[in-house]
Design a protein around this ligand. Structure first.
Ligand code: AR6
Length: 183
């Protein structure tokens, strides 16, 4: 399956698009968002400013995605998405997180792109616990890959600990496929 998990700084990846775990204003922030803006250069902020606001200060609602060029990044494009803030799992967080992955992949397809790298959306400042976030990410990406031919999806974690949690989720999901082969 063209889905791999790595430990790296996502701003170094030479893929068609990297995904930014942004906030609704899309004007930068901390974490991976800050790193992407620093590496892409000030033109990225200019491009984000030009995206239309749906309500004052909101360019991308939770679960949605927007695309800009990558400017000084090795990646050609940045797909900005806004993950859910973790409120204990009672505010529809899993579905909102799923939408982030699906809407990013929809934009990838619509732009004729093939390779994409995701960070662990919502797993930093937004406080989504890593294991349930990994389960949502893996289930959603496996489902997308079963419907569409994507050339390559990379889950780019920033530490080996987070990578291990995502790898465990991938291994568990893959093992869940095996009962059919036993019959
Ligand atoms: N490459 C890959 N992953 C990274 C990098 C990097 N260079 N830097 C951090 N991470 P976060 P969120 C990991 O907080 O939880 C921002 O201020 C990080 O270790 O970046 O969705 C936005 O503007 C963590 O595992 O995003 C929003 O306000 C993961 O990326 C808010 O934070 C996500 O952590 C979004 O919060």
């Amino acid at each position: 399956m063209p889905l791999k998990i790595i430990t790296a700084d996502i701003t170094t990846l030479r893929v068609d698009a990297i995904v930014n775990a942004a906030n609704p204003g899309l004007l930068g922030g901390g974490g991976v968002d800050g790193a992407i803006h620093r590496a892409a250069g000030p033109a990225l902020l200019q491009a984000c400013r030009q995206l239309p606001e749906s309500t004052p200060g909101v360019r991308c609602r939770t679960g949605e995605a927007r695309i800009t060029p990558g400017f000084d990044l090795p990646a050609h494009y940045v797909i900005h998405t806004v993950g859910p803030v973790w409120h204990g799992g009672t505010q529809g967080e899993p579905l909102l997180l799923e939408r982030c992955y699906r809407n990013a992949l929809r934009l990838l397809r619509e732009h004729g792109l093939r390779t994409i790298a995701f960070p662990a959306i919502s797993c930093g400042v937004y406080g989504y616990p890593t294991a349930p976030a990994a389960a949502v990410a893996i289930a959603t990406l496996r489902d997308e890959l079963s419907h569409a031919q994507q050339a390559g999806i990379t889950l780019c974690c920033f530490s080996d600990n987070v990578s291990a949690v995502f790898q465990h989720a991938l291994d568990a999901a893959a093992a869940g496929d095996t009962p059919f082969s036993a019959t």
